[in-house]
Design a binder for this molecule. Structure first.
Ligand code: SF4
Ligand code: SF4
Length: 110
């Protein structure tokens, strides 16, 4: 089936953006992040890798040797998608102000 879209309603074709494969210093999060995910209960983590798969900024790294997922604070935007997608409820949310090194305490990005 085909249909005609009026010129004024045309939208640009979507694109697929590949996941980050390495660290890009241009993408470091500044001091506006107010919440962060954290590993609340490591015993509950079954290494399903949902956090690793769903994080749009590639902040979860799988440490195969130690069988844990490791969070990279530098790039986390605090969207909390990883917490939502953690079916085992191993992850939870914390306020940045709960941490001495919280980015909200910084005058500039780190
Ligand atoms: S809060 Fe968002 S950006 Fe941060 S680790 Fe989770 S999914 Fe990634
Ligand atoms: S999504 Fe949750 S259970 Fe799955 S690997 Fe990440 S922390 Fe572990």
């Amino acid at each position: 089936m085909s249909f005609i879209v009026p010129k004024e309603r045309e939208v640009a074709q979507g694109v697929v953006i590949p996941s980050p494969v390495g660290e890009n210093e241009d993408m470091i999060t500044s001091n506006w992040r107010s919440k962060r995910p954290y590993m609340k209960d490591l015993d509950k983590c079954d290494m399903c890798r949902n956090c690793y798969i769903f994080c749009p900024d590639g902040c979860w790294v799988v440490d195969e040797e130690n069988e844990v997922v490791v969070w990279n604070a530098k790039y986390c935007k605090g969207c909390l998608v990883c917490v939502t997608e953690c079916t085992e409820k191993a992850l939870d949310v914390a306020d940045e102000l709960d941490f001495e090194d919280g980015v909200v305490r910084l005058e500039k990005s780190f």
